[in-house]
Design a protein around this ligand. Structure first.
Ligand code: IPE
Ligand code: IPE
Ligand code: MG
Length: 253
């Protein structure tokens, strides 16, 4: 079984290596969905599903740079996920803090730079502290940028940007005529990152769930029925190869 998988992966990687560089998605954003259903199918608890989800994250973060990916944005916790039962929110937050500390050395070693998009100041203090330490320690990483979308919502992000810009106008720092796409993007939580080339959603749901509303204007979308804990190197290769076959026109012909 494992041997077959290794062989399959080797095949897919060599297929990707043959692609022209402009066919590789430099920035992949993933809606990691299906941890709960994965657990249910296996007769496990939801927290066990989330733990398995973290293992999938580790696999993908290690592997992505090997196939030319430079930026990985992972939808980790949405502004709407606070609606979940308090004990599940607590488990997710604990998992976030523990994983940040446990993986920090490996992230540094592998040249992974950790950044966060989302309403950071609304996260619990312990999580903010862990993330701040990790962001500081990994700031020099130049192999992969790992952007965690945490307490992230596309609408909240746009509202926050509008508010910041409105304050600048009110303070006479800029004029309304200065507001263009470039200035707007500089006020988003993803400022400095290019738009995602490819957005992947696992678990068979075909919706965007408030993810990267502005940034995905011209992204390619890839939906798979695979549940997030089962998403592995082979599945990522499949998504990349599918992306490589697309014709991106950006409104042209
Ligand atoms: C994704 O898995 C993880 C988060 C949203 C934090 P879910 O917890 O949404 O899993 P399902 O959708 O219930 O299967
Ligand atoms: C989207 O998944 C959010 C994350 C993956 C963090 P959800 O499970 O929260 O999305 P909905 O509720 O099915 O739209
Ligand atoms: Mg879900």
């Amino acid at each position: 079984m494992q041997e077959n998988k290794d062989k399959k992966l080797e095949e897919l990687v060599s297929q990707i290596k043959l692609l022209p560089p402009e066919r590789i998605p430099l920035h992949i954003a993933i809606i990691m969905d299906g941890n709960g259903r994965w657990a249910k199918r296996k007769g496990l608890s939801r927290p066990e599903g989330h733990r398995a989800g973290v293992s999938a994250v580790k696999k993908i973060v290690r592997f992505a740079p090997q196939v030319g990916v430079k930026i990985l944005t992972l939808y980790t916790f949405s502004t709407e996920n606070w609606r979940r039962p308090a004990d599940e929110v607590k488990i997710l937050m604990n998992l976030l803090r523990e994983t940040t500390f446990r993986e920090l050395d490996e992230l540094v070693q592998n040249g992974v730079k950790l950044v966060v998009s989302g309403r950071f100041s609304e996260l619990p203090l312990a999580q903010r502290k862990a993330l701040e330490i990790a962001m500081k320690k990994t700031a020099g990483g130049d192999v992969l940028t790992l952007n965690l979308a945490l307490n992230y919502g596309g609408r909240a992000e746009i509202i926050d940007a509008v508010r910041k810009i409105a304050e600048k106008v009110a303070g006479k720092k800029i004029e309304p005529k200065d507001i263009d796409e470039k200035l707007f993007e500089e006020h988003l939580q993803t400022a400095g990152l290019p738009d995602p080339d490819l957005v992947i959603r696992t678990s068979g749901e075909i919706r965007i769930s408030n993810f990267l509303l502005w940034q995905s204007a011209y992204s390619e979308f890839y939906f798979t029925d695979v549940l997030w804990p089962d998403f592995d190197e082979i599945e990522l290769c499949r998504a990349i190869i599918d992306y490589a076959s697309r014709e991106r026109r950006f409104g042209g012909i």
